[in-house]
Design a binder for this molecule. Structure first.
Ligand SMILES: [Zn+2]
Length: 237
């Protein structure tokens, strides 16, 4: 009996034929982030876990034009196993590793969205807070499957920025340990890190967080505190 030719899985993936493989997914997700203005000017990034391996986007490249053959493959400790296009690994790598090692995440992204930057500035302390919003339901409580309720107060820790991105690693870790229910860490005047148990959940939560960041900024402009419980609202009940 004639046996079918064995094709190396990774060769297929680098040609972008397996849409579920990170070599294909990461370029697509980075392009989505670019379109949302979360990853312009080569900023921001994305990482996805697949089996025992962690895949990461390269640094300093046009985030909307990454090719399947340009994705880094790392082991579970974050050590680079493959750098097919001889590019530079993202400076976010140790920060992405925080989400994998501390939260057992399946995917993590870093956004330079203006909404995230503004959200980090409307609260001067350690916490971004918002409550009584329907979109809270799209965000789980930490690694659990329990979503936030409409009436809950969503808290995102804020860390101060540093000169070099990799030096944020310790601050992000500290914030994650202090706020186990948060699936995001804001970096003041810089952006946000958001993760999920898989890429779909990371994407969904990222969309909800960014929606809430934008809304909170607008509410502040209108003189409404984002975490204030409703008062004097008299619609049909
Ligand atoms: Zn950054």
């Amino acid at each position: 009996m004639k046996r079918a030719k064995v094709v190396e899985t990774d060769d297929i993936n680098k040609n972008g034929e397996d849409e579920k493989h990170p070599n294909f997914l990461i370029p697509k997700l980075c392009s989505w982030m670019y379109d949302l203005k979360w990853a312009t000017g080569t900023g921001g990034g994305m990482s996805v876990k697949h089996g025992d391996f962690i895949y990461m986007a390269p640094s300093g490249v046009q985030k909307e034009m990454i090719k399947p053959g340009e994705i880094f493959k790392c082991n579970a400790s974050g050590e680079v196993l493959e750098n097919p296009a001889s590019l530079k690994l993202t400076e976010c790598a140790p920060l992405f590793m925080n989400a994998y090692s501390i939260r057992n995440a399946g995917a993590v992204l870093h956004s330079h969205s203006k909404d995230a930057v503004l959200a980090s500035l409307i609260f001067k302390g350690k916490e971004f807070r918002i409550s009584h919003q329907e979109m809270l339901k799209g965000i789980k409580k930490g690694s659990s499957n329990e979503p936030h309720k409409y009436i809950d107060t969503l808290i995102v820790p804020i860390v101060e920025n540093v000169l070099y991105e990799k030096d944020l690693t310790r601050r992000m870790k500290k914030a994650m340990e202090l706020y186990p229910e948060s699936n995001a860490v804001l970096v003041r005047r810089h952006g946000v890190y958001i993760w999920g148990k898989n890429w779909q959940q990371a994407k969904t939560q990222a969309e909800c967080y960014h929606y809430l960041f934008k809304l909170a900024v607008k509410l502040k402009q209108l003189g409404i505190e984002p975490d204030q419980a409703p008062a004097g609202e008299n619609g049909i009940a």
